[in-house]
Design a protein around this ligand. Structure first.
Ligand code: ADP
Ligand code: MG
Length: 670
């Protein structure tokens, strides 16, 4: 969906963005003044000194104090990047992109020049780049080819409190880099939470520096009874604040794109139905989430036009990763979408879960950055008390296959003995080792296999999809597998606009394959890429077929990059044409741990774990009677759903994954 429903406010015809009216010099001046007002500014000399004197420094500072945008620049200006570059990691892609953009602007340079960013499938850097913002996952990938990270003089591990798997692994790797490069390497660990102890302890008593922030009081409000629907409650609360409270922008925490889009629409509709009031300002509703194109992400940072109140609908991104000025009111639904590994299910699942108390405090704090504010928690005080104090580090709860594979590729044999700050459960590590063994990435001694393991470690996709790609080379369908993996890696392509659902469903029907969602996605990809790239032909094709053009452009991009990888690996790029059999077999070769068999009562059971699952209502296989399927992922809502499934022959399983199904007893799922 490329067109956002308009906010209540007609966007000003001539955008009020001062950026456009003011000249270059005036803009530099304004940005400089803003920089000087940040709490980090007064600490800059001390910070530079501390970095010069200490190989490892832990920096603690309130969100919005200027850690991410300013500190890499201070180090750069002090000459600490000389002969190399400064890397600053971000757990979130949105933060890497928007922050790089901001810093480039502040330094008066083009993005991709002195300042750049690098995220998976999108690299905006050049040999001139001195300050590089990148996702923690990307730095981990770079370490595969450059284990000592020689191109960097300084690495900043930002948002360390988020404790993503990649950051946690980087802790261990960078500890090693510090030991190997005592004289020409510096490490900064930056965090928004006051608890520096865990970090300093891990880095053998490293020095810590605190940035004195300012925080205004925030009045916290709870609901008196639990809400039935937090989305509904959030909309009501936002409009209530708009009607009753003094000026100031509103930040609403939701869990994902679909929810945000629904909210955007409903706020506009309900806002338009409010009784008129000449004193009330106009409303401007702006979304921010990872899949939003960068230009649109940056819109939330534009100053609010006069006589307008901004409502920002955000995922967890705005909790600590990015700071939007002008926010005086926070609406906290109390939920977050997170990926976690369920040992019971033997798979990762994406799930909406309650936040922790620490997250709730952090969210509320966003209302008091510039003036006293108010936070509306859409849950009761009693439920707040029952929330966990802090969030479990991701490494304790996700699928570690890809990380374990990378550690192995880095030459770290003893994964169980790796110096983790908080070691993941042994059982989870063992399970990833088993999966990698089943995929043929490791041998029975736990060593990386050649070429399979090495190749899987290089492909920037989950090992299971990597295996699909490798197998497709042997089965003569790499063209199709590339398209399918690109399509499952992009955002949702099928657009079902409200009021036009039937029309859209009809348009989508021509792509439907009886054999499954992967083949349906392949049909979309083929039809799209058959349309000429010239002019706006692809865009109008998307409109006519209710396909998300942005998701398709991204898929084409991912396709091109994965293709380069396969070419580099010498995988033959053949096509199986209209015969789906080779492709379905290639999918089984990688996704076999997610095979499920149909039961007498029509439900499905995952063969490896015995877990009952239902086929997701969005699947073309929903309501069909496929005997056996493999699927991409599990989604948990009211029950466990298998999303993106393809029909297969049960007999392929022992044939394509003999060791796995000998051990798992191929009949367990019956
Ligand atoms: P911290 O890392 O300590 O949380 P940041 O460096 O991210 O702080 O933010 C410092 C300031 O820079 C904030 O006031 C924020 O609003 C501003 N800022 C960051 N990115 C952008 C952007 N893309 N556009 C405008 N302002 C931005
Ligand atoms: Mg930051």
């Amino acid at each position: 969906k490329n067109k956002r429903p308009a906010g209540l406010a007609k966007e000003p015809a001539a955008p009020a963005a001062p950026q456009e009216k003011e000249g270059r010099a005036a803009k530099r001046q304004r940005l400089d003044a803003e920089r000087r007002r940040l709490p980090a500014w007064s600490a800059r000399e001390k910070l530079v000194e501390l970095v010069k004197d200490n190989q490892v420094l832990v920096v603690i500072g309130e969100t919005g104090s200027g850690k991410t945008t300013q500190i890499p620049r201070y180090l750069h200006d002090a000459g600490l990047a000389q002969g190399g570059a400064i890397a600053c990691t971000q757990p979130r892609r949105v933060a890497a992109v928007t922050v790089a953009q901001r810093v480039a602007e502040e330094m008066g340079t083009e993005l991709g020049g002195k300042v750049g960013y690098s995220i998976r499938f999108d690299d905006k850097t050049s040999p001139q780049t001195r300050i590089k913002y990148l996702t923690d996952g990307m730095l981990l990938r770079e370490a595969l080819v450059d284990p000592k990270l020689k191109r960097y003089k300084v690495v900043v591990l930002d948002e360390a409190h988020e404790r993503t798997v990649a950051t946690d692994v980087l802790f261990g790797l960078l500890k090693g880099v510090c030991a190997a490069r005592p004289d020409d390497f510096r490490l900064l660990v930056m965090s928004a939470t006051l608890d520096a102890a865990a970090f300093t302890r891990y880095f053998n008593g490293a020095q810590a520096a605190y940035i004195q922030g300012r925080q205004f009081p925030v009045q916290v409000m709870y609901t008196s009874a639990p809400e039935d629907s937090y989305v509904d409650a959030a909309i009501t609360a936002a409009l209530q604040v708009h009607c009753d409270e003094r000026p100031g922008d509103i930040l609403v925490f939701l869990t994902g794109q679909e929810e945000i889009e629904a909210c955007e629409r409903l706020i506009s509709e309900r806002g338009a139905a409010l009784p008129p009031d000449p004193d009330r300002s106009a409303l401007l509703v702006l979304p921010i989430y990872a899949a939003l194109p960068p230009e649109q992400q940056l819109r939330v940072f534009e100053p609010t036009p006069p006589n307008t109140r901004k409502i920002i609908l955000s995922t967890n991104i705005a909790e600590t990763s990015i700071t939007i000025s002008g926010v005086r009111y926070v609406i906290d639904t109390g939920f977050v979408k997170s990926r976690s590994y369920s040992p019971r299910l033997g798979a990762d699942c994406l799930q909406v879960t309650p936040i922790s108390q620490a997250q709730a405090r952090q969210r509320s704090g966003r209302a008091g950055r510039e003036a006293p504010g108010k936070a509306f928690r859409l849950y009761t005080e009693a439920s707040f008390q029952q929330l966990p104090a802090s969030t479990l580090p991701e490494i304790q709860r996700t699928n570690l296959a890809s990380v374990v594979l990378q550690l192995k590729a880095l030459g770290i044999q003893d994964v169980l003995g790796f110096d983790f700050m908080d070691p993941p459960p042994r059982a989870a590590l063992l399970r990833s080792l088993e999966l990698l063994l089943a995929l043929g990435a490791l041998d029975t001694r736990g060593e990386l296999t050649k070429p399979t393991g090495e190749r899987l470690a290089r492909l920037p996709v989950e090992p299971m999809y990597g295996k699909v790609l490798l197998a497709s080379g042997e089965m003569g369908c790499a063209q199709e597998a590339l398209a399918v993996v690109a399509m499952v890696s992009t955002d949702v392509v099928f657009h079902l606009p409200r009021g036009k659902r039937e029309e859209a469903a009809e348009a989508h029907a021509r792509f439907r394959s009886r054999e499954g969602d992967h083949l349906t996605l392949l049909a979309v990809f083929r039809a799209y890429t058959d349309v000429s790239k010239k002019g706006h032909e692809r865009a109008s094709w998307c409109r006519a077929h209710f396909i998300n053009p942005r998701a398709m452009r991204k898929a084409v991009d991912i396709h091109a990059q994965l293709k380069e990888h396969l070419v580099a690996l010498g995988i033959p790029l053949q096509s199986c044409g209209e015969d789906s059999l080779p492709l379905r077999r290639a999918l089984v070769a990688g996704l076999f741990p997610h095979a499920a068999r149909r039961q007498m009562d029509g439900s499905y059971k995952v063969i490896a774990t015995g877990q009952a699952v239902a086929i997701h209502p969005s699947s073309v296989l929903c309501g069909k009677k496929a005997e056996c399927i493999v699927f991409n992922e599990l989604v948990r809502t009211s029950k466990q759903y298998a999303r993106d499934a393809v029909a297969i022959e049960a007999a392929w399983l022992p044939e394509l994954a003999p060791a796995y199904f000998a051990r798992q007893h191929a009949n367990a799922g019956r």
